[in-house]
Design a binder for this molecule. Structure first.
Ligand code: HEC
Length: 195
């Protein structure tokens, strides 16, 4: 058996163990160790969201709007024939997930929101946002009970990764804060997984 086949087989065993929903069929210690905790799941989902958000901002918005100056980005992107904002792209994705009937949800919040709808709404969101603002580089995890359902709620710093983030927010007519700098935590990404 070549190396690739062996690897494929190992992955097969692990997925069977995970799909079975209990550890009893998982005979190898390696399979037991791969159990996906809510935190690992939230971290993985966030890694994908953060990558998409940074790539869109750097390769599309920052390049075409700021460097090449060929098109604008605007919240009225349809009327203005402009690019949707990174926050809008993020929300359109979240809305599509919500339509899929999943109990899993995600959103973007901030203590200095341009859009007042993006203020923290639950106690966990408020304390999580405060925590990530005061502890740069760290995430916040908490179990929450909302509407009689339990959730694993994870909050990650949303960092100014490109000049466009900072300039657009600092210059926006509705912003409550005009001194963001590159590397600042501008808000938080909330990920909520049903338990
Ligand atoms: C061209 C302008 C523009 C750029 C570029 C931009 N934003 Fe925003 N951002 C906005 C606007 C406008 C909103 C509110 C949009 C909404 O909710 O519909 C927003 C929303 C947000 C929010 C939610 C809180 C709020 O202010 O309403 C966060 C956090 C945020 N942006 C961070 C970032 C980060 C980090 C980047 C870079 C990766 C970035 N933004 C790039 C304009 C911009």
């Amino acid at each position: 058996m070549n190396h690739m086949r062996k690897k494929a087989l190992a992955i097969g065993i692990v997925s069977t163990a995970l799909l079975s929903g209990c550890g009893q069929q998982a005979e190898t210690p390696a399979a037991v160790n791969t159990a996906i905790t809510p935190q690992k799941m939230a971290d993985a989902l966030h890694a994908v969201m953060e990558a998409d958000r940074a790539v869109y901002t750097k390769l599309v918005i920052n390049r075409l709007v700021k460097e090449e100056k060929v098109i604008k980005a605007s919240e009225h992107w349809q009327d203005d024939k402009a690019l949707p904002l990174p926050a809008q792209m993020f929300r359109f994705g979240a809305e599509r997930v919500a339509e899929s009937n999943s109990d899993f949800s995600y959103s973007l919040i901030s203590s200095w929101p341009i859009n007042k709808q993006n203020e923290p709404k639950t106690e966990a969101e408020a304390s999580g946002l405060k925590f990530i603002e005061e502890n740069p580089g760290q995430n916040f995890y908490k179990e929450e009970s909302l509407g009689g359902k339990n959730y694993y709620t994870a909050i990650y710093p949303d960092v100014a990764v490109a000049p466009a983030c900072v300039e657009c927010h600092n210059d926006h007519k509705d912003t409550p804060k005009s001194d963001f700098k590159i590397g600042d935590t501008m808000g938080g990404v909330v990920i909520r997984i049903p338990l």
